[in-house]
Design a protein around this ligand. Sequence first.
Ligand SMILES: [Zn+2]
Length: 188
Amino acid sequence: MFRLVLLLVVFPYLAQSACPTIISRSEWGARAPKSSKSLAQNPAPFVVVHHSADANCQNRQSCKNRVKGIQDYHMNHNGWQDIGYNFLIGGDGNVYEGRGWGIWGAHVPNYNSNSIGICVIGNFQSIAPSQTQLDALKQLISCAQEGNYIRDDYRLIGHRQGSRTSCPGNQLFNEISRWAHFDAGVRP
Ligand SMILES: [Zn+2]
């Protein structure tokens, strides 16, 4: 009987999805942003999913290097203040901190001020992300909800719904279109 009671007391806590391990900016060797500002709407009403449209990375060292490369490209080539996304997800299943929670991004016009932008590293036009990468994405979104970084009634969209692009690739877009909170009604 005692065991049953203990299980009933403990189970709700076990059932909560914990936040994934997030590799912090200092852990991947981020450059400081030139500037940053808070989201205009926080908690954010939107989650926007991207792919990086290039090769995936399979271990922590190669994924750190990829994230650094993306930051360099966004700051040096695009002239942005920082890496564009709020978070990135490597093929190693780790979440990498981009601009982080509550910060105005640079990833899709019209939604930079009111969304959390998450880039799944790899090209998912014709191949799907691994289950590990998808699980990390789901866990990060649950974590955002628990932490009140996104609204309880947040809307999930792909980049192609915000502007004319193939991002996040057909395979990843098809996947997220089956998830809770996906909003098919959003169009560029
Ligand atoms: Zn995108």
